[in-house]
Write a protein that binds this ligand. Structure first.
Ligand code: THU
Length: 531
């Protein structure tokens, strides 16, 4: 049962992106900042290879890391949690969520008043406690709603529970949520009920409720859930995705609780994704500019990690990443436009350094690919690069190398081997066979295909090829154009092809990328291979 555990260390940026100044950020690097604190500990994450990630030269490197690692650039225009998580889940946002430093425009306030039949007070970015202290009395006397915002993309409605019953306030929030879409699609509409009197003071109640914006397109969560897989959200994942695409979710109060729930999730039998957000890094330490607190929270995670790794099953994959930066030591309390770190480990994964990658959606593509989902987004899966060789792949590589030894190539001295894995599980291999008259020579791939077809087998699921002067394999060997055309007759574009690059190494590709737009049987009125 394949499971992916995707843990987001909220705001743990891996250094500023080149466009950070456009977002008002200079000299920000969340990880570097906290690594300078005495509270910082770096043991398990060192072993994972976090210090090998591009731009983390201030950290000790690991010779034999446990994880495949990368630094990942954000393609969306934004630096908030919602947009960051959406991109991780496959959806890129070309525009940031709207903010209202001067309050909401008349088109919004007038429409809202029409919908609720109530006027509006305040309408500015404001502290929530100041809002009810200063406007609570007028609200009680007039029944007008206290509407305010913050530096974030939020539309907040405060109302006294005796003036506007909580359920009515939620209904107003739903009306606002429906209204605030597109250009005015704020990240969250928030109900802020309170109690008390003007004389004795007001206090907010625990009936706060968030109404999040839905992702504008299908996410990998949606698709996995539709395909019958488990999608388990831990922490604020359910808020970030407006509860969409989750088959199970639990809200947690702290990093410690989130980590405990993630550990418990390892004991559940499911196939799918467990998506965890650890929000304390951002909410408790990043925004509050508490470098030591942030570093201590990182140390807690670092110390917890071995307990998680020890419980992982053979088919489990763990991904650790972030959604944006929030450098606790820079000049402002806001998020910072940074790269995110990505660490992927587990038995199915080959540790290696992937350098710098464009697009958080790489994560969605990789999750989908590993779980066998049909989800597609703008980014490519890392699986072809990071997956350890399977049994089939090993057998096919071996067969191709053995076939190469039999090459009959007295004229070119160039030995080629090919091996095809048929749908029936059998392997058909072949070598190149040259001829004194040259043109009757035949390539290894065609030898293998013709051998199989002449034995009544013509559906294949994988191909491996190798070749080199004197039988020395030095780098990948790509099939010639004629062979590609013959392969197109029998193999579908998504069939994996292994390009063997050495005795123990190969690159994965697909037949479709070797010959895009092939002249295939369908042009002759026959069905294509695999159709
Ligand atoms: N060859 C193959 O076997 N497969 C290919 O895809 C390209 C070339 C062989 C043909 C010839 O014997 C030698 O490599 C040099 O061209």
């Amino acid at each position: 049962m394949k499971r992916v555990f995707l843990i987001v260390l909220d705001s743990l940026g891996a250094g500023q992106m080149p466009d950070a100044p456009v977002f008002g950020d200079r000299d920000c690097h969340t990880l570097k900042r906290i690594a300078g604190s005495k509270k910082f500990a770096f043991n398990s994450m060192k072993k994972m290879g976090m210090g090998n990630i591009d731009g983390q030269e201030f950290l000790p490197r690991e010779e034999k890391p446990l994880a495949a690692v990368a630094r990942v650039a954000e393609l969306s225009c934004g630096k908030d949690s919602t947009i960051g998580h959406w991109e991780i889940a496959g959806v890129v946002s070309p525009a940031p969520l709207p903010t209202y430093p001067d309050g909401f425009p008349p088109e919004v306030t007038e429409e809202f008043t029409k919908l609720t039949g109530r006027g509006i007070l305040l309408n500015k970015p404001y502290s929530g406690t100041d809002a009810i202290r200063e406007y609570g009395r007028e609200h009680m006397e007039t029944g007008k709603l206290i509407v305010y915002t913050s530096a974030d993309s939020v539309f907040q409605i405060a109302a006294h529970e005796d003036i506007v019953p909580v359920e009515t306030l939620y209904e107003y929030c739903r009306l606002a949520r429906n209204m605030l879409q597109g250009k005015h699609g704020v990240g969250r509409v928030i109900a802020r009920p309170f109690v008390g009197t003007p004389e004795e003071g007001f206090t907010r109640t625990y009936n706060r409720r968030d109404f999040s914006l839905e992702a504008p397109e299908e996410t990998v969560l949606d698709r996995l859930a539709a395909e019958g897989k488990t999608v388990y959200g831990i922490g604020k994942i359910e808020d970030l995705f407006a509860h969409r695409g989750l088959t199970k979710s639990i809200h947690t109060g702290s990093n410690t609780e989130g980590m405990a729930k993630a550990l418990e999730a390892l004991d559940l039998d499911f196939e799918g994704l467990c998506f965890v957000n650890l929000v304390d890094f951002d909410a408790k330490y990043g925004h509050r500019q508490d470098v030591d607190g942030y570093a201590a929270a990182f140390a807690e995670f670092d110390a917890w990690l071995p307990s998680f790794l020890a419980k992982m099953r053979d088919e489990d994959v763990l991904m650790i990443t972030a959604d944006h930066g929030c450098d606790p030591g820079d000049s402002h309390t806001d998020h910072t436009r940074e790269y995110i770190p990505l660490l992927i480990c587990g038995k199915p994964v080959k540790p290696l350094n992937l350098g710098t990658i464009e697009g958080f959606a790489t994560i969605a593509a990789t999750v989908a690919d590993y779980l066998g989902s049909s989800y597609k987004c703008g980014s490519k899966s890392l699986l072809p690069v990071i997956a350890k060789p399977s049994k089939d792949e090993k057998a096919l590589v071996k067969a191709a190398l053995e076939a190469m030894e039999k090459s009959y190539s007295p004229y070119s001295g160039f030995k080629v081997g090919a091996a095809l894995l048929a749908e029936n599980g059998k392997i058909y291999s072949g070598c190149n066979i040259e001829n004194a008259a040259y043109s009757p020579s035949v390539c290894a791939e065609r030898t293998a295909i013709f051998k199989a077809v002449s034995e009544g087998v013509s559906s294949f699921k994988m191909l491996a090829v190798c070749g080199g002067k004197g039988g020395k394999v030095k780098g990948v060997f790509p099939p010639c154009g004629v062979c590609r055309q013959v392969i197109a007759e029998f193999c579908s574009p998504d069939m994996p092809v292994l390009l063997i690059s050495g005795r123990n190494s190969f690159e994965r590709t697909t037949f479709g990328s070797l010959l895009p737009g092939a002249f295939s049987p369908s042009f002759m009125g026959k069905s294509d291979a695999g159709k």
